[in-house]
Write a protein of this length. Sequence first.
Length: 281
Amino acid sequence: MTGPVVVGFDGSPESLAATEWAAREAQRRACPLDLLQAWPWPHRDVVGSEETYRNAMDRLARRAEELRALAGDGPVTSAIVPTDPAEALHAATNSASLLVLGSRGLGAVRGFLVGSVSQEVLRRAGCPVVLVRAEPVESEGPVLVGLDLAHPTDDVLAFAFDAAARRRAPLRVVHVWSPPVTNEYMALQATGGLKGELSVVERTLFAERLGPWRERHPEVSVTADLIQGSPSAALVDAASEARLLVVGRRIRRTLLGVHLGPVAHAAIHHVRCPVALVPHA
């Protein structure tokens, strides 16, 4: 059986939206839905803490029951895990097919996670992660996927084509490229010629990457766009009409630690539709 869709829950508007999105996705995938709430406080003997814990359990159970009608025939389970939120979610991704988190507005990821914890989960998750806004944009637009042809794209394309096929939605594939920066000694005519040659190379590679996936999913209507400009800005702009944005989550390792690339960072902070971050090497 396909691994479950795991979704973080804490009763906030963000997590309510995330759990509803996750339930519908579990129905599309015909897989289990697991609601997960972290409880990082190990002791419940403080006055009022046991009642708070029972209330949290009741609220989680009620939400699981509310989602059964949306989740299809697969089982719906819920659990409170007595550990740190980042550790709880990271452990869940070892067996999950997808992790879903709530995200507040156009700012930092919130809801089940707060601040640096959210970034830690996004960096470490071993499966795709979808971020859902508290008030997700309802769109009948295409599934949008951004490709970086300089890095592996198969995992990203597999997720995007599958998402479009399950939704019976068109798929828009975008690659944004920029020619090398010229210096003052390069003639304008030569620069124009170089841009033309580079665009042909990019377009050829783009078509080669898409070809096998078009053949595997003939039922998906595909639009391929090669855009010159800033990848982050172009993708955020293109996502304004999308129902789901899919981007690769390339892990960058520097002397300052592990962090997300600029395109993924821009997407999670500035795109209003749900955003799927798919890990790749």
